[in-house]
Design a protein around this ligand. Sequence first.
Ligand code: SAM
Ligand code: TMP
Ligand code: ZN
Length: 408
Amino acid sequence: MPVTSSCRICSGTVREFLDFGRQPLSDAFVTPEDLAEEFFFTLAVGICESCTMVQLMEEVPRDRMFHQGYPYLSSGSAVMREHFQAIAKRFLATECTGPDPFIVELGSNDGTMLGVIAESGVRHLGVEPSGGVADLAAAKGVQVRKDFFEEETAADILADEGPADVIYAANTLCHIPYMESILRGVDTLLAHSGIFVFEDPYFADILERTSFDQIYDEHFFFFTVRSVQEMARRFGFELVDAERLPVHGGEVRYTLARPGARPVSQAVTDLLAEESAAGITEPATLAGLASRVELIRERLPALLGELRERGERVVGYGATAKSATVTNYCGIGPELVPFVCDTTVGKQGRLTPGAHIPVRSPEAFRDPYPSYALLFAWNHAQEIMEKEKEFREAGGKWILYTPEVHVV
Ligand code: SAM
Ligand code: TMP
Ligand code: ZN
């Protein structure tokens, strides 16, 4: 029986193409006392037959994911800190040229991007429901509203501050199933000539890299230029630019404006043509992804099992949200990977969701080095491999599982 759901953009039929079964919340790092209450849901992904939006089949209630204890920190990577500094400077140079500009960020997290705007003295507001990370931003001098952005929030902000010249959201819009409320909110708050800029993992990159671990509770939508263009049109906006980004394993930064307010860049036309030539939403392409994922599910635990038989030590590197899909789908627990190291203090001393692998600080990685490191944070590979040069020099090897299982 084909499994279907209703599209959160156009109400069309969403047809499932990949099912990971029961999965935990990817950022719910647990203590042994919490184990009895761990929350699970069915992680499966489908594509809308009408508007082509790729999306999860089941929605997790937002308060279960984003709350006071939400552990992810934007500032955890030096590359990402530079990335956010660059976009902040671009906004300051190109969009903040009027008398009293105003920038709003949705999902401002620990204030890595807005901190730069705050330092420049430009009026700004972060909208961030996760209280712990919002407090970190406030401590940097960033103005934050602890709230979920949606239509009502937008009306409130407009009443308090007036219209926004820029509304920006990084790795946040794809987390939000209630898109109609968001885009109505953007319509309410955005100045007539303003722009709504958002960047999220690009579905074409997920296909190309078989990065199936981008699929987890928080990533509800998997955007393509085509589906975003349709979504924009449906809610009264125009997609005026699409820029490929190398971060987080491949993303696209989309710029929406009011129809006719800004010229449409050649990049939009080019990427639409590329997507259509590559057939990224064709059933055969999606079935191909599903079979490559199945192969990884066989090979990764097999490799880890062989290494264990040979008495080799393997440590996980980066307790990413993404790793929840890998460990739980592939059946990898502490018997194959005794611990995973991560710089995030809030994750250390806890167990990874579902798989229950202990999380330890990066010092544990060096004490002593294992023979192999399973790189869950592969999207930060360059930064991490550079930082951990000595591991390689000591004979250590990295295990990667995208686009297929391999050792470097
Ligand atoms: N923008 C940061 C970055 O790219 O590093 C943080 C991304 S984090 C993966 C997603 C953030 O979105 C979380 O901090 C979460 O609390 C926030 N979030 C979730 N739903 C939201 C909503 N409706 N409005 C604003 N922020 C939201
Ligand atoms: P992300 O893939 O969602 O950005 O998460 C990356 C995780 O990896 C986050 O928990 C921080 C961790 N990390 C390290 O432990 N060491 C590092 O050098 C980097 C860049 C990230
Ligand atoms: Zn649809």
